[in-house]
Design a protein around this ligand. Sequence first.
Ligand code: 9D3
Length: 255
Amino acid sequence: MILPGASLMIYEILTLFPAMVQVPLGESIVGKAQQRGLIEVRVHNIRDYASDRHQMTDDRPFGGGEGMVMKPEPIVRAIEDIKGQGPPPRVILLSPQGRLFNQEKAWELSRLSRVILLCGRYEGVDERVVSHFVDEEISIGDYVLTGGELGAMVVVDAVSRLLPGVLGNESSAADESFSQELLEYPQYTRPQDFRGLRVPEILLSGNHEMIRQWRRGQSLLRTRHRRPDLFTRLRLTAEDEKLLRRAADEESRDP
Ligand code: 9D3
């Protein structure tokens, strides 16, 4: 079958720990996408671009202070080498100083043909690399990691699933912008009775309109509880108000 709009996305991952990203990105949906030639993940060891005898990639910070800083030479040699191997890539540094990664950024990156994902380690990267050889910095959240590798994997995962042909037929890009504003309703599968825990009766009723209403109510209730930031941005219809009240009442009766 023909895959309409299929276009190869190339990720060039620059890291001091190639094995940390190589194996996970070879698994599951992203691994399949590689096998099927929809994406290419090329992992480069920064140490291979260190030219001195000890292959040094880090050094002490000028001005003093804790920890080590990644030296500019190996990183810039790597970037320049990779740039010569294909279309002009966007150079992205994974860093706690970056803009927060979100779904909108994932969509933006999905429209590119090649990205370099530079994974920092230690206390960070020499600022001359950041200011002159990096296009943008991305953080994946407000918590402290030991390096950028997990961030690079998060980006590859989130971007790849948006590319045409990567996911199964049914789930496509279309429902994506919508699903970001509301949390999903709870899901159940067999058995109907698991250790005395029953599936909500409504889901067994076969009444699709009632089921739709119940799910909508659950989504609204969950979003209000867990993501008040998303909830305040919602424009609720009169029906939404009704379904939310119904879900909240139901919960207060049997929690
Ligand atoms: C002295 C302060 N440093 C240690 C607490 C700052 C620091 C340096 C390097 C904190 C973390 C890191 C390594 N983190 C990343 O490279 C990273 C990251 C992150 O820590 N959180 C969220 N997203 C990202 S993307 C890359």
